[in-house]
Design a protein around this ligand. Structure first.
Ligand code: FES
Length: 325
């Protein structure tokens, strides 16, 4: 059994919006602090928080401030054209003095120590790169950021990034002959040992980078997705048994329900937020059984290790799982 048990509690507080700053066309940066001035939980580069905008509207946003500031958290929010409600709500409703229930921070995109990093960001995917760059600078690592966007006006944080000179390559599509997605082969065509690749941005960019990194050493690529992946063709949901080892209960999960809902249904507490396999809140330790992983939180080697699972979406490849709940 892995030594870290399933988390059943995390920080949650109504934070106050201290400022709302326009960071680019359609992008605002919210600065959040505790109403009583209390210190906020520590976090590391790559972490995100949940903003609970309404009881049914919970969204994850990467932190773009400095982990050394223990009293303020900042998130950058793009008003997404295909918004499912979160970014529109934030842009239209949150003003200085608003409160927003905030959970976390949690980190499924941690910066692993390395002598060299290649950061690749598309659009608002640049937000987690800011604290990562701060850490890379602090540790003396060699690093490059390649940052693509629609136009300079739509690309957030340029004044901060321009200070880093030629470590940062800006690729506004309306100025360059080849966009970021057309340069993936140039960037990643030759596997290099000792370099870790961190990428955040729209799904086509993530998929292209994932594809290009298949010939790189294992563990090179670190991605962050904030949207569930489409279900795989031919994916079938079956029923199976789940043993809740801590509670001493055995439950049957039917083909049309999640483990999360089945566990909740028998009154066992389980932490959850997104219910689509993207936030990592419901990560649960697996004690026995073969998991059918369907989340976008764990990387391939974490999935292969079968140590934990996201019980909101992942299922069982056989007929029985034993989990730490
Ligand atoms: Fe978000 Fe399960 S609740 S990953």
């Amino acid at each position: 059994m892995t030594e870290t048990p399933t988390r059943l509690r995390e920080y949650e507080a109504d934070l106050v919006v201290e400022s709302v700053d326009q960071a680019a066309d359609g992008v605002v940066v919210l600065t959040l602090s505790h109403p009583a001035g209390d210190a906020l939980p520590p976090w590391t580069p790559g972490a995100h928080v949940d903003l609970v905008l309404t009881p049914d509207l919970v969204r994850q946003y990467s932190l773009c401030s400095s982990p050394t500031d223990s009293h303020r958290l900042q998130v950058g929010v793009l008003r997404a054209e295909d918004s499912r409600g979160g970014s529109t709500f934030i842009h239209d409703n949150l003003v200085v003095g608003s409160t927003v229930l905030t959970r976390g921070p949690r980190n499924h995109f941690p910066l692993v120590a390395s002598p060299r990093y290649l950061f690749i960001a598309g659009g608002i995917g640049v937000t987690p790169m800011l604290p990562m760059i701060e850490e890379a600078v602090a540790t003396g690592a060699d690093w490059q950021l390649v940052y693509g966007g629609r136009s300079r006006a739509s690309m957030a944080f340029l004044p901060i990034l321009e200070q880093y000179g030629d470590r940062v390559t800006l690729l506004p599509r309306d100025e360059v002959d080849r966009s970021l997605s057309q340069r993936i082969d140039d960037l990643l065509g030759t596997p290099t040992s000792g370099t870790l690749v961190y990428c955040c941005g729209p799904e086509p960019l993530l998929s292209a980078v994932e594809q290009a990194c298949t010939s790189w050493p294992d563990g090179t690529l670190h991605l962050e997705r904030f949207h569930a992946k489409a279900s795989e063709e031919g994916q079938v949901d079956t029923s199976f048994e789940v043993v809740l080892a801590r509670s001493g209960l055995t439950i049957q999960v039917s083909a049309d329900e999640s483990i999360f809902r089945a566990v909740e249904g028998v009154g066992i507490p389980v932490l959850g937020s997104c219910h689509e396999g993207v936030c990592g809140t419901c990560e649960t330790v697996v004690l026995e059984g073969d998991v059918d992983h369907r989340d976008v939180v764990l990387n391939d080697s974490e999935k292969a290790s079968n140590e934990t699972m996201m019980v909101c979406v992942s299922r069982c490849n056989g007929d029985r799982l034993v989990i730490d709940l």
